[in-house]
Design a protein around this ligand. Structure first.
Ligand code: PGA
Length: 223
């Protein structure tokens, strides 16, 4: 069975003690059989989260929020695919916040995808429109996120995308690409069903509503 993927993007949030409390709230949580939860913590917490999740047999998968476009070497401040691979299976690439705030271009995103694939990480690539999607060739394993920046809750005037627009996007996307597609942007426990009900949408990327364990578990319950 292909499980619905519910991804928590913690962004630049959470300390170790906060992450510990967050996971403790999941200690007796019954995950529905059809859901796979995936956590994207900041790099500083990958080691801790990976040990905590396996030590407590919690059914979360783990990914990084970014990856270097280079291999290990003289690139101060960068984290290479081989270093991520020690802790995680997935990596988020090309989030609009990285494009806007850190100048990531299509070329950089392509390099990052190559590096992820070379170390057998599964790339989760954010795209904001269909033309952007068409500027890439995606490996079979890549998961795509349709996430218009205007739908991100922390952007000014950010509001959830109209499910009908997501439906149109998914229709075009699935006619052209074979990859799994998920939706991101202001997802919460109230609106999750309206996105997951769209043919071709097999999960969600959740930012703000993933920071509290209670709101993230409500999204999983309603998915
Ligand atoms: P949001 O963030 O759920 O707070 O809108 C989603 C994202 O930016 O990945």
């Amino acid at each position: 069975m292909n499980k619905t993927l519910i991804v928590a993007n913690w962004k630049s949030n959470m300390t170790k003690s906060e992450a510990k409390s967050w996971f403790e709230e999941f200690s007796s949580f019954e995950f529905p059989q059809n859901i796979q939860a995936l956590i994207l913590p900041p790099f500083t917490l990958l080691d801790f989260v990976s040990s905590f999740v396996s030590g407590h047999s919690l059914s979360f998968k783990l990914g990084a929020q970014n990856i270097s476009q280079f291999d290990q070497g003289a690139y101060t401040g960068e984290i290479a695919a081989s270093q991520i691979k020690e802790f995680a299976e997935y990596v988020l690439i090309g989030h609009s916040e990285r494009r806007q705030n850190f100048g990531e271009t299509t070329e950089v995103i392509k390099h990052k995808m190559e590096k992820a694939l070379a170390d057998s990480l599964i790339p989760i690539v954010c795209i904001s429109n269909f033309d952007e999607a068409r500027s890439f060739e995606f490996a079979k394993s890549a998961i795509l996120v349709y996430e218009p920046p205007s739908a991100i809750s922390t952007n000014s005037l950010g509001k959830p995308e109209d499910p009908e627009i997501v439906r149109d996007f998914a229709e075009k996307f699935t006619a052209t690409f074979q990859n799994s597609l998920i939706y991101g942007g202001s997802v919460n426990s109230e609106n999750i069903k309206s996105y997951l009900g769209i043919p071709g949408i097999s999960g969600a990327l959740v930012g703000s509503e993933s920071l509290l364990a209670s709101s993230f578990s409500d999204i999983i319950k309603n998915a």
